[in-house]
Design a protein around this ligand. Structure first.
Ligand code: B3K
Ligand code: ZN
Length: 874
């Protein structure tokens, strides 16, 4: 399969200026007639070649004349046409088979033949499965789309853009037309057709446009769309206020589907959502999921400017829209909720998902330089690390400077396909700063390691901080250079207050917090007028996506954990301390770091006034995946056991009585509401129940069973069920049976029923997974179901998945092959759970390798899966 390279980019030789599409919709057969107005670049002499895959060509005409067979050639992926000129009109008619499309890319059926609906997914390269086109993001065209279908089977007909008429046809058929005034790339095209219910709201933009907001879903869940509608309105207002961005069509449609390859899709004027990120009600949605709905609704809406109005020149620039939009969503969510908790969650995600990616065989830069299948590059690196890069730039410019830069970026690139250089250029130009040194962050893979060490000189009253940086090699990139790493820092006195910082020549000298940019392999900062040895607090707010090493004296970290006023920094110190405690326990069975961690937390636990949600996070050590990252020969079972022991030590320190009485107080006080206080209380309640289960299992199980029965909503219900399952409680089977019955008709809740059971740790997990895959409700055809079983098991339960006998790897590899035949995108994404195989201990490593190698040798793997498994072996 060909490798696509950034360095090979060439502007298109042909463009499409206008496109008119007419769909004759049917579940089994749909016909698509297309009329393209073509433009040619006079400087290039290339024949007209259009992308098109799996299309049954019914007719073709150029400039009104049907084309004889010797004037065009159709291959597997292309259509080449002779005789086209600048201004030519190409007309084609093709046949599609939506009900047979299990890859969920292009036009497909969601749900059953009788009640389901048709929809499209085009990003990245799905449009070529619908019609012949220049299916690349730098070809922006104006779309007119007409849909025709049987009215009773397809009462609702939607496409992106503004409505432009609708009416009746003979034989119970009807039609609807949509015109999108904004030129767009083909990946933003979308249609939806079927039986759907709606909720609608009127919205007026800050610049005065009346917009109809409409959310569509299956009729019986339409009540569960209200929360998403609220979130949409909040997002629209926020983008007006924070970035001055107004919505630009008369309608904004959002559609929920249960059959979707990812979270959601920002199609112009017609967002499509995985129901998981749209439907919400207290009975079936957890607090975390509510926040995820809000975040994804915002993310897709924000794409209207960062992605749609300004799109990407080519797919290598993907982070231009994704990293930026993740960053905008993170800002929004921080404004809507607790900024500290949002930052904690995002950094935890980065460490759990992106750092391992960056340290393994699939490591790639935020702007990759090559790919074989672009869908494999919708990664934590492009999204999450990409957002961290934008955050560094925003931090460098400050809020006003960043806003100026963004205004200029939108103004310069509106209606165009842009590059990362255009972005950094506009941000820099608006502020008179050269940001090009930051381009290196986009090109270099791997997480930089920043090592810090300090030396206090009492006679000179100076504290010297030395920072060295080093990035380990990644596949294809042996040599690494030093990157500009903004290190936000503070110095604390032993009594816990922040010191004014005096640094020669620093513009903000005298403040208690400074940003120092470390851009050399080694450098030193000297703080003057320091009266006693200080405690440094580094990388505050997680000011750069690096791994901080050194500076881990337990007493210092404990001091920061107790005294830092900033919730995020406090958490960060706590995570570092917990890691030291974990390693002390692992290597020596006990030691000072453990006491320091437990002691500091016991102090906080006894205090009033700390946010319960923050407290819950502080009392959670880094996860097993993160801990495994620090080892060369990871044994997931041992990691799990040691981490459990560490938490047990914490529970002992807090004391069973104290945990119990705090739990009971929370159980009495907590309302069922979605307000921040109640959410925070539920979070702490859950953590306390988990800790109690490590100390006094029968009591915790009794409480969990009670909590399960009395739970006013899903957050408490699922938390209780998880404790019952993970502790193998006698009450677990009854609760699971009850849950199963109660949510038999709710696929999203049923997904939780599958995933919670995969969380039994150790040996029993495999047999549970094997039982679940034989369950009548299990199917490889639904991505959410697949992820709720195999994804939850392999990703979130390392001790249950990574068995010494390799049976976990073999089962997964077997299913990946089956899944690949149905849905290559989902198979490839699931395969990445094996990404870290090289850092397992030797026995598991050998077993994992065998399973991956056997998979790689199978005939007929998709380009998606082949690229992932082959890169993992290299
Ligand atoms: N842009 C889409 C992701 C498309 C993934 C294609 N494999 C969702 C988002 O990031 O908003
Ligand atoms: Zn996105």
């Amino acid at each position: 399969t060909p490798t696509i390279r950034l360095s090979d980019y060439r502007a298109p030789a042909w463009r499409v200026e206008r496109v008119e599409l007419e769909f004759e919709l049917g579940i089994d057969v749909t016909e698509v007639a297309s009329r393209l107005l073509l433009r040619r670049d006079r400087a290039q002499d290339e024949p007209l070649r259009l992308d098109g895959e799996g299309l049954e060509l019914l007719s073709i005409a150029l400039d009104g004349q049907p084309l004889p067979v010797d004037r065009y050639r159709q291959t597997e992926a292309e259509l080449e046409v002779d005789g086209a000129r600048d201004g030519s009109v190409l007309e084609t008619r093709v046949r599609l088979r939506p009900a047979q499309n299990t890859a969920l890319e292009g036009l497909y059926l969601s749900g059953s033949r009788d009640t389901g609906f048709l929809l499209t997914q085009c990003e990245a390269e799905g449009f070529r499965h619908i019609t012949f086109f220049h299916d690349r993001p730098d070809v922006l065209a104006q779309y007119t789309v007409t849909l025709r279908a049987d009215r009773s089977r397809f009462p609702v007909l939607l496409a992106g853009g503004n409505p432009d008429g609708a009416g009746e046809l003979a034989d119970g058929r009807h039609w609807a037309r949509f015109v999108d005034p904004h030129p767009k790339p083909s990946y933003l095209f979308a249609i939806v057709a079927g039986r759907l219910e709606r909720i609608a709201r009127d919205y007026r933009t800050a610049d005065g446009r009346a917009v109809k907001l409409v959310i569509w879903s299956e009729a019986h869940v339409i009540d569960r769309c209200e929360y998403a509608m609220d979130a949409l309105e909040r997002s629209m207002r926020w983008d007006e206020q924070a970035y001055g961005r107004n919505y630009d069509l008369d309608v904004f449609h959002v559609v929920a589907t249960h059959d979707f390859n990812m979270g959601a899709m920002e199609n112009k004027g017609l967002n499509v959502f995985n129901a998981k990120y749209l439907l919400a009600d207290p009975d079936s949605t957890t607090d975390d999921e509510y926040r995820a709905v809000e975040a994804v609704v915002a993310h897709e809406y924000f794409h209207n400017w960062s992605g749609n109005r300004v799109t990407c020149r080519d797919w290598f620039q993907l982070s231009l829209k994704e990293g930026l939009t993740v960053f905008r969503e993170q800002q929004f969510s921080a404004d809507m909720n607790s900024p500290a908790l949002k930052r904690i969650e995002d950094v935890a995600l980065l460490r759990r998902a992106q750092f391992p990616e960056d340290a393994g065989p699939l490591a790639h830069p935020v702007r990759p330089s090559q790919y074989s299948e672009i869908n494999n590059f919708y990664t934590a690196t492009v999204y999450e690390k990409g957002s961290e890069l934008v955050r560094m730039l925003a931090g460098k410019l400050g809020p006003d400077g960043f806003r100026r830069g963004m205004d200029l970026y939108f103004a310069h690139n509106d209606g165009q396909a842009a590059t990362i250089e255009d972005f950094l250029g506009a941000l820099g130009e608006a502020n008179g700063i050269d940001l090009s040194p930051y381009l290196a962050w986009y090109a270099q893979a791997g997480t930089p390691r920043l090592r810090a060490s300090g030396r206090y000189d009492a006679t000179r009253r100076e504290y010297a901080l030395t920072l060295t940086q080093h990035t380990p090699p990644t596949p294809g990139q042996a040599e690494k250079r030093a990157l500009p790493v903004p290190v936000k820092l503070a110095l604390f006195a032993r009594d816990g207050h922040m010191l004014p910082l005096h640094v020669d020549g620093h513009p903000r000298s005298g403040d208690t917090e400074l940003v120092v940019v470390a851009d050399k392999a080694e450098q030193q900062i000297v703080f003057r007028e320091v009266d006693a040895e200080p405690v440094p607090s580094l990388l505050r707010g997680f000011s750069a996506p690096v791994i901080l090493e050194g500076m881990d004296a337990a007493a210092d970290l404990a001091l920061l954990l107790r005294h830092d006023a900033d919730g995020f920094n406090r958490w960060q110190a706590g995570q570092q301390l917990a890691t030291c405690a974990y390693e002390t326990l692992r290597d020596h069975g006990g030691g000072g770091a453990i006491d320091a961690w437990c002691g500091a937390l016991a102090g906080l636990f006894a205090e009033d006034g700390i946010d319960p949600a923050l407290l819950a996070e502080l009392m959670t050590p880094p996860g097993e995946v993160e801990l495994a990252e620090r080892e060369r020969e990871a044994d997931p079972e041992r990691i799990h056991a040691t981490r459990q022991q560490l938490q047990q030590r914490l529970a002992e320190q807090l004391g069973g009585e104290a945990i119990l009485s705090r739990y009971q107080a929370l159980a009495r006080e907590t309302s069922a509401g979605l307000d921040a206080t109640s959410q925070a209380q539920r979070r702490l309640k859950r953590r306390l129940l988990e800790l109690l289960a490590l100390l006094d299992t029968p009591t915790a199980q009794l409480l969990a069973a009670q909590q399960y029965e009395q739970a006013p909503g899903m957050t408490d219900r699922l938390a209780a069920l998880a404790v019952l399952v993970r502790s193998d409680a006698p009450q677990a089977a009854g609760a699971l049976a009850h849950f199963r019955q109660r949510y038999a008709d709710n696929p999203l809740a049923l997904d939780k029923w599958f995933s919670v059971q995969t969380q039994r740790t150790g040996e029993p997990a495999l047999a549970i997974v094997q039982t679940l895959e034989r369950d009548a409700a299990f199917t490889l055809k639904n991505p959410n179901r697949v992820n709720s079983l195999y994804g939850a098991w392999a990703r979130n339960n390392p001790s249950g998945f990574h068995r010494t006998d390799g049976a976990g790897y073999r089962l997964l590899a077997e299913r990946l092959a089956e899944l690949d035949a149905l849905n290559p995108q989902i198979a490839a994404r699931l395969a990445t759970v094996l990404n870290g195989w090289r850092r397992l201990e030797p026995v598991r490593r050998a077993r994992a390798r065998e399973a991956i190698a056997a998979l790689a040798e199978r005939e007929g793997l998709s380009r998606n899966l082949a690229e992932i498994v082959r890169s993992m072996l290299h």
